[in-house]
Design a protein around this ligand. Structure first.
Ligand code: C2E
Ligand code: CA
Ligand code: CA
Ligand code: CA
Length: 284
């Protein structure tokens, strides 16, 4: 049987089976590959609209699998969240990111993604303090990106954790904003510095750039921005791929931008080069 068109029923799907096999294979390879040092952290630039300043980079992990080549985090983070290995990987990424950021001129910052598993099962405050101490990176140059799923478990203890991190000087960004379902109550309850608006909204708005008929996506973005302003939160637009979209988002009032238009995730070495050439590199 086959899955035909858009109406996928519960037929046997060899593709699903293949995917399950891939997941199993990746899961069983992870531990050894991590021990072998097959992971790299890439850095994607973040730009402030108002004065076109490079404010820093987001750290994005990649797995250089010995046989499969580069494996995307969307293909393995989920797996290692299930078995808890994300804790080790997350701590390694944090350490690596802080140490790479030490090679950047102040006040350039690094933003590191944190898994809900790290929040639920480890003492993130201790881990962060240790990483900052070990690398000598000032806390003010570290930002942590959390998703809404981090906020669902034990709200009160997470609020305490976030407050402690902010007392240290670390900033907190809420990632993928708009993809969850109770975002508004989270904004009120949790102490964030920044909202990262999910790429899907940016894509919708960019379609508006071509299709003048519908202004829905822009209206939604405007509403999000009003809300963020009222709560004194900075806003970052993710997935900015073109000049037109960048111009639109700046006009709408976003604080910061991130996306292929400014730069793809790059090695630490390239990031240093990028820093030294910004903003001239932008027009190449
Ligand atoms: P994210 O945190 O939302 O990161 C942004 C993703 O969007 C990255 O994918 C980035 O490469 C991609 N991206 C950036 N600009 C553009 C653009 O203009 N167009 C398009 N089409 N894509 C863009 P990536 O690196 O594959 O990471 C995927 C997800 O994996 C991340 O989404 C994050 O949730 C997770 N992830 C990555 N590194 C880590 C990590 O160290 N720890 C944890 N817990 N999760 C991570
Ligand atoms: Ca992120
Ligand atoms: Ca995101
Ligand atoms: Ca995302």
């Amino acid at each position: 049987a086959k899955a035909s068109g858009k109406n996928k029923l519960c037929f046997y799907d060899p593709k699903l089976d293949e995917y399950a096999m891939l997941r199993l294979a990746l899961l069983s390879d992870f531990r050894q590959s991590f021990a072998d040092g097959d992971f790299v952290v890439l850095y994607q630039p973040q730009i402030r609209f108002s004065d076109n300043t490079l404010i820093g980079f987001e750290a994005l992990v990649r797995w250089h699998h010995p046989e499969r080549g580069v494996v995307s985090p969307t293909d393995f983070i989920h797996l290692i969240e299930e078995n808890g290995m994300i804790v080790q990987l997350g701590e390694w990424v944090l350490r690596q990111a802080c140490s790479d950021a030490m090679n950047w001129p102040a006040p350039l910052q690094v933003a590191v993604n944190v898994s809900p598993v790290q929040i639920e099962r480890t003492n993130l405050l201790t881990t962060v303090i240790k990483a900052l101490k070990a690398t000598s990176l000032p806390a003010s140059r570290l930002e942590l990106e959390l998703t809404e799923s981090s906020l669902m478990c034990d709200g009160d203890s997470t609020i305490m954790l976030l407050n402690s991190l902010r007392e240290q000087g670390v900033r907190i960004a809420l990632d993928d904003f708009g993809t969850g379902y109770s975002s508004l109550s989270y904004l009120q309850r949790f102490p964030f510095d920044k909202l990262k608006v999910d790429r899907s909204f940016v894509i919708a708005a960019s379609e508006n750039v071509q299709n003048v008929n519908s202004a829905n996506a822009e209206s939604i973005l405007s509403a999000i921005l009003q809300l963020a302003n009222a709560l004194h939160l900075q806003t970052t637009a993710e997935g900015v791929e073109t000049q037109d979209v960048s111009t639109l988002l700046q006009k709408l009032g976003f604080t910061n931008a991130q996306g292929f238009f400014y730069g793809r995730p790059m090695t630490a070495e390239h990031a240093e080069n990028f820093i030294s050439q910004w903003p001239d590199i932008q027009n190449k």
